[in-house]
Design a protein around this ligand. Sequence first.
Ligand code: ATP
Ligand code: ATP
Ligand code: MG
Ligand code: MG
Length: 871
Amino acid sequence: MRILKTQTLRGPNYWSIRRNKLILMLLDLEELTEKPSNELAGFYDGLAQVLPSLIEHQCSRGYRGGFLERVKEGTLMGHIVEHVALELQELAGMPVGFGRTRETSTPGVFNVVFEYVEEQAGRYAGRAAVRLCKSVVETGTYPARELEQDLTDLKELCANTALGPSTETIIKEAEARKIPWMWLSARAMLQLGHGANQKRIQATLSNNTSILAVELACDKEGTKTILENAGVPVPQGTVIEYLDDLEQAIADIGGYPIVIKPLDGNHGRGITININDPSEAETAYDLASKSSKSRSVIVERYYQGNDHRVLVIDNKVVAVAERVPAHVTGDGQSTVKELIEITNQDPKRGDGHDNVLTKITIDPTSKAVLAKQGYDLGSILPLGTVAYLRATANLSTGGVAIDRTDEIHPENLWLAQRVAKVIGLDIAGIDIVTSDISKPLRETKGVIVEVNAAPGFRMHAAPSEGLPRNVGASVLEMLFPNNAPSSIPIVAITGTNGKTTTTRLTAHIYRQTGKIVGFTATDGIYIQEYLVEKGDNTGPYSAGAILRDPTVEVAVLETARGGILRSGLAFDSCDIGVVLNVAADHLGLGGIDTIEQMARLKGVIAETVKPGGYAILNADDPLVAAMAAKVSCKVAYFSMNPDNPIVSEHIRRNGLAAIYENGYLSILEGKWTLRIEKAVNIPMTMRGMAPFMIANALASCLATFAQGVDIEEIRRGLRTFEVSSEQIPGRMNLFDLGEYHALVDYAHNPHGYLAVGDFVKNWQGNRIGVVGGPGDRRDEDLILLGNISARIFDSILIKEDEDSRGRKPGEVADLISKGICQENPNINYEIILDETEAINTALDRAKNNNLVVVFPDKIAQAIKLIKQRLN
Ligand code: ATP
Ligand code: ATP
Ligand code: MG
Ligand code: MG
């Protein structure tokens, strides 16, 4: 058994629309192809013993133990690997459940698909599952230490990529509100929402957070001054830069007890509190000075009381926590060291910020703090006695947090809200020292010690005691008040042919509304008429570029099969999903061998439309029309046939449709026919002579109409959409060369040839074809191109692409000529492999009223050759 390929799917895909974070492994079972599990001696027992928790997997049976039952009765190894990969992740603390295993057209080679939480961990789980299964097959077991190592590695991979606790609080809430989110590529910035409606966060800084406010908050002395001037109680203190000034400073603030801290510190670093004599003060000065970038040190009065953190978001107090420094409580027999070990066994305690609480560390600081209380690590604490290991209450140094949100006094609430506003922070963590937060600071002589920008949420979302507070919700409410839109309209367009044309037309119509439109297509990423990036941009990367762009108000995304297959869509849902057609092209690539499989793949677009949106389906294409049964949104159909029965039935039920009737492109809305425009007035339809262009236009009309675009604007768009070789090179570009005409079109599969054929057949005069086909298509597809060519042309030149895509030179041309001869052995045809030479020959031969049709590989070059002959 061997892994041939591993892919990561990150959005709606062929295998699943909703549970779409999937690992896809192409697995060759090799010697195990013919061996179901019941024929492998000892396998069932071995597996059940190595991973007893597999008993929980129901599999298709739908009850506990179902999967193991199937292993006992006999199932293939691909299926078992899938379940093991899921279970390994589950055991490492990543809940997953979805999996599928299907044989490909190559016997013994399977697609094994399973869910992941963290991508790298998912890929690892796949490899480990194969290792584990192989070992059970060969030796009847898998060594316990190897399993343990796998789980350790998996946990580590998960922890490495896990979000910080504050970010996670916000993201969980965003997901609950169905607000899309994505990482930006730098500075750990996250985007919430799409396009012009996006917001950004970085930990608990938001795009509303003012840099002035952050810098003020980071300047503790400046903060105190501003607050003091606003009548807010703050510690009395002063700033010094030299040890020589210490004595005077202490005297100035009225003597001991005092606190010394760095001017610009955080996380409690470099702080000594409750200092009572000069030698202590000197040590504290050194510590603080070393931790300060500016070497400046704050000397201030020590205020008795407990430490409180008040979280203010968008000018409202949303949570209050009391923070207690790292401590242990005596049991009358254990030493302080032992008590620390016991405390650290709490599974809630992790290293650093990655857990609800942090482990208590033993270091010089903790020893010094102990000494001050008259203890050392060996002291046995009397029952119930508390020994502190830190003077400050930061969670990251082992402190705990108790929720006090319901207890804060209204006056303190008012004060905190006012302080946040005075400093100017949208998200502020205010540190208050007071003996009792339920009494006004005025009465307890409490003080506001500092104001934090980017405060941690961990102590509020997961306090060690008291009610957890959904502070993430307050952030989202601030960023997207009253369900303000977070996304932008997304129109996704797929099909075998016509995607680029329909995408460009849809974008063009949308632009008539004055909106800023971003679109992706085969030739590039565009915003308005500007090219952002050149190249084939029909996959999730390009879609992501548009969805990330803060200027884009509407996204129109050409979405080709390749991207959906390789990594899934870049969005979890769209507003409009257009499926133009499904024809035999690209079959045999990426495990998609039949046209039905291709339909399922393209159907992903329709199935991804959100409930209020529309799937826009071609009623003339049975495979596309059938997608209606699988969608969870509304459906609108388009058809070239006014009497299409699917459309008639849909209209009878008050549905929405677009049809071509009496020379008009019309929208049908219930019993009303809204005529948009006559085909002859729409340039792209070649005066109505190119039926497939009418079909593409109908799809665009429906897509925009369903989004509320005015008929007037749709009409204007249709009339002004140019198909010139400048605007859309290679899409039905017709050139008048005086004596004869030339048409350049990018048709490259039978369906496209037929479509262009419908136009060519209308031509009065001889038709010369310059034809070819991509080398990676199946033999029968290339032969079919020959058949069709023989039907639509009077004479034919066969040429080949420069990139033969794996075939020998001449092979493609031979297959096409075979097709030509099958259809019409008497037709005049010739093979000229070089495209330029073939085009020139055809143009040289063209005479009176001929039409030369070029299906080029190199569109720009073909257009250039023709343009050289203009006048
Ligand atoms: P953090 O980043 O966790 O907010 P920090 O390094 O910015 O910490 P401060 O908030 O200024 O430092 O101080 C840390 C803690 O020390 C306070 O929360 C408070 O408990 C205590 N503290 C600081 N100054 C005083 C003071 N003047 N009187 C009493 N306690 C104080
Ligand atoms: P690609 O997969 O290469 O990106 P596409 O789906 O984006 O193609 P377009 O670029 O719009 O398609 O059109 C390519 C060619 O396909 C056209 O020049 C035409 O020959 C043919 N075509 C376009 N629309 C249709 C249609 N609705 N039905 C059949 N053929 C079409
Ligand atoms: Mg603080
Ligand atoms: Mg395209």
